[in-house]
Every structure is written in structure tokens, then in C-alpha cells.
Design a binder for this molecule. Structure first.
Ligand code: BGC
Length: 767
């Protein structure tokens, strides 16, 4: 990806100039989504150059049979993948009988793409010489937030001479997944229905049997006037659409408006899908492109009202944070508890589109603070609804009596990851789910979640940890053997500090919550104990194991140890590596990575970030000083945590550098892999690195606390926080802190460790 083609702008993502090498990267960067569906920024017309086609429907997946070299007992049978779905944006464009293809143009000038993050509108323009005709195209596209089943495209063509144009808008169900394990057919077509201006294909996914109706409607305009030149229906094996034939005058725009999208059996009975699809089209039949765009602008305006962050004085940082916020909102809108946030959202196939610990560890704070409380609660409910499956998952691995192991990767609650070192060993994911319950309760003050759902989940998780620990006579403590911590560049280690510490915390926290509930609401406690078949001795076991958990440390350096034996490694700093060998995962053999001291992502520091109140600043500083230089940040989830910790420690230059790395990871393609899709879940980490890092926001004793540490280049930083039903508008500069709250209630807030009580407005000098 050539960064020179992408100038910076506070509200827009722009690509200027034709550079074939950028195509796949731009397909990721300019992706669109509306929570219910999404698509990569593929060209509408035919393109014979390299491209990665992708259209996705939220929650529609296929169980791709597991493919591994050597089968291990306990592996899941399949990997659930969000599928590449039938494509509704496609069109063939013929000019004087020749199929137009940018890859075959004699000359391309003025190629331009723009994603307007304020409105969600994606525009692509170019002028090309093709068979001697100069053709200019402007295409505008968006996925409606107001109407989640609908996408809208306006495609205009102008030529420098009179030509015969044939435009064939179509929908295409002949699609495949890049990363299919066995080249299975994922879809079977059930019906194709076409007319002179509409088309519909119903297909179902094999095995999972989701039915999806893909639909389109098309209208043609010349110089803004609708043409009544009839289209004829055109049908192939897997495609259906229309053909418009038109004699186009020179310099006169010919515009196709194409509406398209999906209805699925996740939302409607199978036998009503066609009717529902036609209903979506009927509702908008009289609405011009401009009215639909107006709705879209309003919907985004509403989102930005509570989610925007403004940074004055630093366009690079400003563009990046808006891009991250924009993509998170394109991925998950929060109104469907059956959906979640896949690491690549709707922008690629990697990670199968499924749910990882990323949601609990990184995404919850963003959704809690920028949307209403119900959205974060939906995310927690998603895991509650999967509790039975988590218990079955643990049973498959030999655990019993209601112990729950949440999957590393899931679509419907079942594990679908199949690398033993991750599936069986990266069990720290369980703790993140418990931590999210704590975090949600601390943030929202909603004390109903734990008795209604959370405690059952906590009990399952505590039981798992209790059974997974064993007693070491040599250490005279409980140990956890054979794990992979968050740092996946170490496998099968003993006593990963993060895993042990968080397991210890889970057991204590569950014991505390149960004990507290017995006092505050004995009826609820009893109901849960009966439902989970709780035995009194369990409480004492959790407390005993938590109290006597082994935590590796190095006394000479006064730091904790990532795992037993970590100091046997040759501790050469990452900065001393040959830059040509970075990222190491693209250059080194796996065994070399495992033997090295390099840390893929925050591990010890992830624990110190979660449980920061348990560690004093000097401890954090020593551990940061030891682990940071060994960290290679080859997971997108790493720089954000480092940025927050560096800001807390007053290491402002490092905090800013990590901020840019997390915020511009995709825009600047730090890990040279943006072609595969965007890193959606780490984008929530970017938000944290501003709000928790530079603004130093925490929840302390039921009120918000701030500790501003603005980067030097920033004049002001402003954002809004939805906290306990009040919206706090925060503006901070190098020497001032201002907060406005939209209610007349008395508000307590802590700024730079000092408590202030105010109504409506607070303005403070920071010097
Ligand atoms: C990271 C995991 C993460 C996954 C999905 C991996 O590279 O190491 O922590 O859950 O990506 O984002």
C-alpha cells in the first residue's frame, strides 16, 4: 500500500491517484457496514486485476469442517465462518459492445476515492480512456443505517463522444470464500425471480440452513430524467439482473440508481423472505437517492453526537480516531443480542467473523461510554446465552460439575478454534468474560445484571479455574500448567502470570459476589445456587485456591515474571532486531519465535492494566520498563494497552507513538496485512487509549475521574461520555479542564486526584 496516495483529512478517508497495488488495501479501508451487513469496497463494474471480493450478512455463517494436519482429541469438528454472501452491487458496463474493465483501460487519470465518515457515504470517481473513448464514472454508495436491510448505489457515466452503452446491474450468488478449508460449496440457490426492474435470489447456507434473500431494483436516468427505455431481464446459472441498452450522447451523464440488500431467516420466517424483500423495495420506491442519503446523514449525525472525539491541532490523530469510531459503529449497533463484534467486522474473512475475548477485554468500554447501557448489557447477555455451551465445551475437555470454559472463537457458543495451543491452552479468555461483568457493574452501577445473569456465568468460570489449578508440592502453592497467555508467541508454558493472577481474581470475585448476594437478596442467591447445583464447600475451595495461587516473580528485578523460566531467554531488545526481519511472524520460523523473548502483545501489562488498582505506580513502572522493550506488538490489541500505561506513567512521547500505532494501524498498514481486512476490535482499544490514556478517565467510587496528559501537539481534546444516564461533555487543553453535564443533578467528579462537586458546568485550570 502506497501511503502517498492517501492524504489526511479530519472527516474523510481519501485515496488520490490510480495505483493498482492499493486495490486490495483500499477495498478494506473503504469498507462499508451498518451493523446488519457489510461489504468490502469492491468495484461495481468488472475488474480483472487483483481483488478480494467480500459481502457479509451479520450472523449468517457456515460450519467449515476442521482441517488440521494431526487430529487431537477435543478439537471442534468445524470452524464457523461468516460467509461471503451474494453480491448485490455488481454491474457489467459495455461501451460500444466492449466490456469495460479499469485493468484494461489505455489510461486512467483522476482516480479518486473518498469515505465521508460524517455521513457514511463512499464515493469513487475516475476518468479513463477505453478503446479510444474517454469515460468518466462517479459512483456513490452507502449501507443505510435507517433501513438496515438496504444498500444504495448511484452510478453515473459520462463519455466524451456518443456511444452505445449497455448497463447490466445484477445480483450474483456464484461466490466463494477465500479461506474455505475444503473448497466446499457454502450456498445452494433455491430460487431466482426477475422482472424488468427488480431481481431476487434466495439461497440457503448448507449445513446451517440460513436462508438469505438478496434483492435489487434498478432505474436509469439521463441528465437527471428517468428513462423509460425498458430493460430486459437477464439470467445466468447463479446470477440474475437486467440489461439496459442506451445510445448515450456526448457529455451527458447516464445514471443508474441501484437498490439492494438482504433479508434473512435470522429475522423472518423462511417462506416470507421474498415478500419481505419486495416490501423493503416498495417502501423506498418513491424515494430518490437524495432522500435516502438524507436519512443516512441524520443517522450518522446522531451517532457522532455522542461518539465523536475532536482533537484540535493534529489532523493525523484526528482522522485516525474518527476512522476507528466510524468502523466500530459500522460493525455493531447494539440492538441485536445475537450479534457480536468479530475482529475483522465486515471487512474480511480472517477470524471467521466470530466472537473472541476481544469483545470483553477491549470493546465493552467503548460501547458503554458512547451508547446507552442496554448495548453493553446485550454484549454480556450474549455470553450468558452461551453458558450452557461453555459448560459443554469444558465437559468435552474433561471438566465437570458445571465448570464453564468459554470458547476462544465462537459463533453460536461452541468452540470452533482448532490449534491445540490456543483451543486448549489459551484459557485466560475465561477471565476476560468475568472481568467484563465486573467492569460493566462498576461503570453502570447496574446491580441487577449479576443476580439476573452474571452470577451464573461467574460460578461456571470460578468452577473451571478451581478444577484447572493443581497443587505443587515443590512450590507449596496452586499452579496452572500448560497454558498460552495473551502473548501467543509462547505456548504450553507453566504459570503464566496473567492467567494465574486473573484466575485467582475470578475465584475471589465470584466468592465475594455470592456472599454479598446472600446478604442483599437471599432469595436470588438461593435460586442461583439451586439452578447451578452449588455446593457449600465450593466457596471455601475458591477462597483457598485464590489465596494460595502461585505467582511467578523475579526478586532481583522486583518484577513479576511472564511465566516460569522466562529469564532463561536471551533478553535482546526488540529495537535491536534487524528491521528487515519485522514483523517477525512474517520472517521467522515458529520455533524461533517460541524460543525468543519477544512478546506478541501485552501480557503481564494486560493484567496490570485490568487490575491497576492492585499495583502501585513504581511496580507498574518497573514491569513496563522490563516488558515493553521486548514487545513486538504483532497483535493489533497490543499498542493500545501500552499507550494507556505509558500515559499513566507520564511517558508522553511513548504514549503518543503507541497511540498512532493503534489508531493508524490500518490507515498506515503497520503490520502489512490490511488487504485481509481491518482490525475492528483493536479500534475500541484506540478509543481507550484516548479516553483512558490521555484523558486518564476511570470510574472511582461511583464517579468519573480524569487525569489529563495531553500529547504536546494537541491543542484541545473533546469527547462525550454517557455515564449513568448523564452525558458528560469534556473539553481539555494543556492547561484547562471543562465538563458540562446535560442535567441539573449535582455531579461529583475527580480531576487530577481532586474531587469537585458541581451542577451543569465545571471549568478548572490544570496548572
Ligand atoms: C491475538 C488474540 C486475538 C485475536 C483476534 C490474535 O492475533 O493474539 O489475542 O484474540 O488475534 O483479534
Amino acid at each position: 500500500m502506497n501511503l502517498e496516495n492517501y492524504p489526511q483529512h479530519p472527516w474523510k478517508i481519501i485515496e488520490e491517484g490510480w495505483n493498482k497495488e492499493n486495490t486490495k488495501a483500499s477495498e478494506s479501508i473503504f469498507s462499508l457496514g451498518n451493523g446488519a451487513m457489510g461489504q468490502r469496497a469492491n468495484f461495481e463494474e468488472d475488474y480483472s486485476g487483483s481483488s478480494f471480493q467480500g459481502s457479509y450478512v451479520g450472523g449468517v455463517y457456515y460450519p467449515d469442517k476442521t482441517r488440521v494436519g494431526w487430529w487431537k482429541n477435543g478439537y471442534p469438528e468445524y470452524f464457523a465462518k461468516v460467509l461471503n454472501a451474494p453480491n448485490w452491487i455488481g454491474l457489467h458496463l459495455k461501451v460500444n459492445g466492449e466490456q469495460f474493465d479499469l485493468n484494461k483501460a489505455e489510461k486512467i487519470s483522476a482516480f479518486y476515492r473518498e469515505l465521508d465518515m460524517k455521513t457514511g457515504l463512499y464515493t469513487r470517481k475516475f476518468t479513463a480512456i477505453f478503446n479510444g473513448t474517454t469515460i468518466s464514472v462517479e459512483s456513490k454508495r452507502f449501507l443505510s443505517l435507517a433501513r438496515p436491510k438496504l444498500g444504495v448505489l448511484e452510478y453515473s457515466i459520462t463519455t466524451d463522444q456518443a456511444v452505445k452503452i449497455e448497463l447490466q446491474p445484477y445480483i450474483d450468488a456464484g461466490i466463494t470464500n477465500h479461506d474455505s478449508n475444503w473448497d466446499d460449496q457454502f450456498w445452494a440457490i433455491d430460487q431466482k425471480v426477475g422482472s424488468d426492474n427488480r431481481a431476487y435470489i434466495e439461497a440457503h447456507t448448507l449445513k446451517t440452513n440460513f436462508s438469505v434473500g438478496t434483492f435489487m431494483a434498478a432505474q436509469l436516468f439521463e441528465a437527471g430524467v428517468e428513462l423509460d427505455s425498458p430493460a430486459t431481464q437477464k439470467e445466468g446459472d447463479q446470477k440474475i439482473g437486467q440489461v439496459f441498452t442506451h445510445k448515450l450522447k456526448a457529455n451527458t451523464p447516464l445514471t443508474l440508481v441501484k437498490l439492494g440488500g438482504y433479508v434473512s431467516s435470522r429475522n423472518y420466517p423462511k417462506n416470507s423472505l421474498e415478500k419481505e424483500a419486495m416490501g423493503v423495495l416498495d417502501e423506498v420506491a418513491e424515494l430518490p437517492f437524495s432522500s435516502l442519503l438524507e436519512e443516512q446523514k441524520k443517522a450518522w449525525e446522531n451517532i457522532w453526537k455522542s461518539a465523536d472525539i475532536t482533537i484540535a491541532g493534529d489532523v493525523k490523530a484526528q482522522q485516525a480516531i474518527r476512522f476507528n469510531i466510524f468502523q466500530l459503529n459500522q460493525t455493531y449497533t447494539g440492538d441485536d443480542a445475537g450479534l457480536n463484534i468479530g475482529p475483522k467486522g465486515f471487512t474480511g474473512e480472517k477470524y471467521g467473523g466470530s466472537t473472541y475475548w476481544d469483545t470483553e477485554a477491549y470493546c465493552i468500554p467503548f460501547y458503554m461510554a458512547t451508547k446507552n447501557q442496554a448495548v453493553a448489557r446485550n454484549l454480556l447477555t450474549y455470553r450468558y446465552n452461551h453458558l450452557e455451551r461453555a459448560i459443554e465445551n469444558a465437559e468435552k475437555l474433561g471438566f465437570s460439575k458445571g465448570a464453564a470454559l468459554y470458547p476462544m472463537v465462537t459463533m453460536n457458543g461452541e468452540e470452533c478454534h482448532n490449534e491445540w495451543e490456543i483451543t486448549f491452552e489459551e484459557i485466560h479468555r475465561n477471565s476476560a468474560i468475568a472481568f467484563a461483568i465486573y467492569n460493566y457493574t462498576r461503570y453502570t452501577g447496574d446491580l441487577t445484571y449479576i443476580p439476573e445473569m452474571g452470577l451464573e456465568v461467574l460460578i461456571g468460570i470460578a468452577r473451571f479455574w478451581c478444577q484447572r489449578t493443581s497443587f505443587s508440592k515443590a512450590k507449596n502453592n496452586y499452579v496452572i500448567l500448560g497454558v498460552t497467555g495473551p502473548n501467543e508467541y509462547e505456548n504450553n508454558v507453566n504459570n503464566n502470570w496473567y492467567t494465574n493472577y486473573s484466575a485467582q481474581w475470578c475465584m475471589s470475585y465470584t466468592a465475594e459476589q455470592l456472599t454479598a448476594l446472600r446478604k442483599s437478596s437471599p432469595k436470588d442467591a438461593k435460586r442461583i445456587e439451586q439452578k447451578t447445583n452449588f455446593q457449600e464447600k465450593e466457596l471455601a475451595q475458591w477462597e483457598e485456591k485464590a489465596k494460595n495461587m502461585y505467582l511467578p516473580q523475579d526478586d532481583s528485578r522486583n518484577i513479576v515474571l511472564q511465566q516460569d523460566g522466562f529469564l532463561d531467554k536471551e533478553l535482546v531488545k526488540a529495537a535491536d532486531l534487524n528491521p528487515a526481519e519485522r514483523p517477525i511472524n512474517q520472517h521467522w520460523s515458529w520455533d524461533r519465535i517460541l524460543r525468543s523473548p519477544y512478546i506478541k502483545q501485552a501480557d503481564v501489562l494486560q493484567g496490570m492494566y485490568f487490575f491497576e488498582e492492585h499495583f502501585d505506580e513504581a511496580t507498574l513502572r518497573r514491569n513496563y520498563a522490563f516488558y515493553e522493550p521486548l514487545t513486538v506488538h504483532e497483535s493489533s490489541l497490543s499498542p493500545c494497552v501500552h499507550s494507556i500505561i505509558a500515559a499513566k506513567l507520564g511517558e508522553s512521547e511513548a504514549a503518543y507513538a503507541f497511540y498512532l500505532q493503534t489508531a493508524r494501524l490500518d490507515l498506515d498498514d503497520y503490520n502489512t496485512e490490511v488487504e485481509e481486512g481491518l482490525h475492528i476490535t483493536s479500534m475500541a482499544g484506540t478509543w481507550m487509549s484516548i479516553v483512558e490514556g490521555f484523558a486518564g478517565m476511570r470510574v472511582r467510587k461511583n464517579c468519573l475521574s480524569f487525569n489529563p496528559q495531553l500529547p504536546k501537539a494537541w491543542d484541545t481534546l473533546s469527547f462525550k461520555i454517557n455515564f449513568r444516564k448523564d452525558i458528560y461533555s469534556i473539553v481539555m487543553s494543556q492547561d484547562r479542564f471543562e465538563c458540562t453535564v446535560n442535567s441539573n443533578a449535582e455531579i461529583s467528579i475527580i480531576v487530577a486526584e481532586k474531587k469537585h462537586v458541581f451542577t451543569n458546568d465545571l471549568s478548572l485550570s490544570l496548572s
